[in-house]
Every structure is written in C-alpha cells, then in structure tokens.
Design a protein around this ligand. Structure first.
Ligand code: ZN
Length: 178
C-alpha cells in the first residue's frame, strides 16, 4: 500500500544504507507541491540534490535546491519564473532513547526505521523562499500593469526582501558538523 503513495518516491532507505557517501536527486514539479495542502507553489521546476554522509546511526545531510517556481506578479498577475537556490543541512540520528536531542538541527528517528521520507523537509526548505510580494520588475520583465510604482509597494518590497533569510535556517547554517 505504501508503494502507491505519491510520497514513496522521496523515501530514503535507512536500514539498507551502508556507511559512507550517498547521493539522491529529485526533479520537483508542480505535482510535488500539490502534495502539500498549504503550498503556495503550484508550478515549479526545481532540481534537488541530496548528499548523505552516514557514520553508523548518524547521517549528515545536505540538500541543494536550484530552479524556479511560478509566482504571480502582485500588480498585473502575470506568472513569473522566480529563481530558487537553497542549501540546507540536517543531521539525522537513529536512536531509541535520545528524544531530547530532537530539534531544528537534529532529527531523531527510531533505530528500527526502514526508511526516512524527505518530502516534508524538501518542501519546507523551498517554501521558505516563496516571496511575500513579487512584481515583474524584479524578474526584469515588462509589467502589463500601468499602475505606477507606488511608495507603499516599494516599502512592501523592501520588507519582503528579508524573506529568504528565515531565522530558523540561519540557525541551521551554523550547525557545527564534527
Ligand atoms: Zn507585472
């Protein structure tokens, strides 16, 4: 039954994975984001490369995402291809006892777990880059709206400019891999 789940394509085998380096890649399109009810992304072409270094029960994971997602211009509503580039790190610890270690930086999974589904983590790391407000000008496209570039619009844009650096990910960037 599980094999028919659309999430099954994002299962990483845990028990069968030997120590060392492992790579996985995923080509994400709109249907991937459609798996998540809250997704603002409907169309996308994003390549995700996952690099895993396994040392016993610990997996150091690096997700690199690159591509574009479709965002509607806030002024003329035309769809824009919005670039996305992300690198996120996560440590997975397979353990039955250290649930207190579970945090934003360390994901604790039961040691008997056969596989780990990475869809949710990939979705969240990409969705953080969805712009609060996008307009054609920022994508260097001619805007169909005749509405002048308003003072308020400019302010909104300056605020939304901070969106790619979510504090949660800033913390992840500073995780020390020993
Ligand atoms: Zn526009």
């Amino acid at each position: 039954m599980k094999a028919h789940s659309p999430f099954a394509a994002y299962d990483i085998p845990l028990q069968a994975m030997p120590n060392g380096e492992h790579r996985y890649s995923f080509a994400l399109k709109g249907d991937f984001f459609g798996l998540f009810e809250a997704s603002l992304i409907t169309e996308a072409q994003i390549q995700v490369d996952l690099q895993i270094h396994r040392m016993g029960s610990r997996l150091d994971c690096t997700f690199r995402s690159e591509g574009s997602m479709q965002v509607g211009c806030a002024r003329c509503l035309e769809p824009l291809g919005w670039p996305i580039q992300d690198e996120s790190h996560l440590v997975v610890q397979c353990s039955d006892s250290v649930s207190e270690l579970d945090s934003d930086e360390i994901l604790v999974l039961p040691s008997g777990e056969i596989s780990w589904n990475v869809a949710q983590f990939i979705y969240e790391s990409i969705h953080l880059h969805y712009p609060l407000r996008a307009v054609c000008d920022e994508a260097a496209l001619p805007c169909r709206s005749q509405e002048p570039w308003s003072e308020q619009g400019l302010l909104t844009y300056q605020t939304s400019d901070n969106s790619p650096t979510d504090p949660r990910w800033d913390r992840l960037k500073h995780v020390n891999f020993q």
